[in-house]
Ligand binder design. Sequence first.
Ligand code: GDP
Ligand code: K
Ligand code: MG
Length: 267
Amino acid sequence: MNQTIALVGNPNAGKTSLFNILTGTRQYVGNWAGVTVDKKEGWVKGSREWKMVDLPGIYSLSAQSLEEKIALSFILGEQPSALLNIIDASNLERNLFFTAQLLEMGLPMVVALNMMDVADTRGFRINKNRLEQELGVPVVPMVARRGEGKSSLLERMEKDIRPGPTSIRYSGEVEDGVEALLPFLREMKRPSSIHLRWLALMWLEGNESVSAMIQESVENRGLLEMERIRSGILEAPARIREARYAWVEAMMEGTVTREGADRSWSG
Ligand code: GDP
Ligand code: K
Ligand code: MG
């Protein structure tokens, strides 16, 4: 059975390196329609055959840069069956913010914890099992540039790939807003594997791509009510961001220590 897996991660996390070791030379390079951002597709050799698409490197799904729009419209439009999220172990905090958004989306996912050599050199000790437990999806330590971790990654993609839990809890106002939006979202045409909760959060954040999709398929009275819910929450995007940052911080505290340094994770 052929399935599509989208490779997603921050710029410079090692996506191209990982794409290359997973697909060998059998890759296709083109452009995303109408833009000059590279589009790469290739087949991943394993016992389960995956078609892999390398999406543009992005930091979040919120800011709506060209790259983010491309990534989001691929995920919403082409509906990949799973996500491979590559993260930079030496920049874990920043990378996990994006991971939080991806987990909430609800697609089956695996995390490639790349740059383990750099993390080691910088003195980061990452409790991989704990991180895996907390994220709720497989986490595979890797050094993509040297091909290290490839076979474990393939094994986990085959056996353990799964949707993560949606463990982030937002402020009461935001949670009430999500709850109130769900009935409208249930009615709309949408990719079946995407969580309504994630769509509701993207709506509250004012995400353009998701809002456009919603505007197409929810009737006007419903839209008015959805607008009312959104504008009734004071600074919803900031509240949502804060909760995600708090989640990332808690994740860091439980899973990473740094040797020979004070409690700062960066630098
Ligand atoms: P992309 O921007 O996500 O596509 O990342 P690239 O694959 O282009 O990698 C960015 C840089 O990091 C390149 O110079 C890679 O050779 C390097 N790189 C990728 N993976 C690793 C790794 O695991 N360890 C180290 N030290 N460097 C890596
Ligand atoms: K790069
Ligand atoms: Mg690249």
